[in-house]
Design a protein around this ligand. Sequence first.
Ligand code: G1P
Length: 314
Amino acid sequence: MITKKRKRPVMTVHKKVRKAVFPVAGLGTRFLPATKAVPKEMLTVVDRPVIQYVVDEAREAGIEHFIFVTGRNKAVIEDYFDVQYELYSTLAERGLDDRLERLQRMQPMPGQTSFTRQQVPLGLGHAVWCARDLVGDEPFALLLPDMIMQSETGCLKEMVRLYGETGSNVVAVQECNPVDAHKYGIVAKGDDVAGGFEITGMVEKPEPGTAPSNQYINGRYILQPEIFPLLAEQERGAGNEIQLTDAMLKLKKMQPFFGYNYTGRTFDCGSPEGFVEANVAFALWRPDIHQSVARSISELLESTTPLERRKIAR
Ligand code: G1P
């Protein structure tokens, strides 16, 4: 008797996402005068620089190599991720082991970081293109460091999980107030897929009233390396800059894009209000300072006179 061979389910294994790109060349003009001497990525939320939150999110998602696209006056970011022998040995001598261990936990391993410069500020698409040789021929994560996120499981980790099911390209989205849609990249939503959804369209900074939805791209991406040749030829778009979204739209004609609905909190640390909100939210998340911060905030809210009656120093 001939027994029919049972068909095995087809398992597609997608190339692991090992590398992450962090575009950190931006001038931070919304944060002047602070950013005259300190890169905006080094401003602190509670006691960690903004960039540390984003690198931690990448590490949690299994990223093994961290690629920074920097610019002039950003050298301190490279120093920050280096080992500081004198500091480490002083902490050890003084018996401050908990602080030393914390620093060491955050420290990338030797050879895990790369730095390249975006020599001219031509936009996000151009910044990503600058990382092409460091990324090579493999999928990569892209994290915009202005946006920091707060949730039990990191946004990128969830995206890697979705990517494990779908492969191809994955973009995290959240809902925005429709009146703010013109500030972001916006996606159009198709069918639900594996806990995410298929993206049917994308537009960068749509004219007010023309956005296809209120699902905005929140600054986290998993992209295939085929994006690089498209970025190389990409012409300037919104804001007269080379826009990543425009190149993604071209890539979408060749490969699918999936959306991951992030349900945590996102803070735009590129704006003073988002930065202050991030500080409050992360301080309230810290068990050691939660109580005193919560008490101060409620006292301040009770005692503050209405804003319009106050003379605010500018
Ligand atoms: C960039 C992206 C945009 C995205 C946004 C999130 O815009 O181009 O698609 O929605 O980040 O912060 P930018 O903020 O650089 O203008």
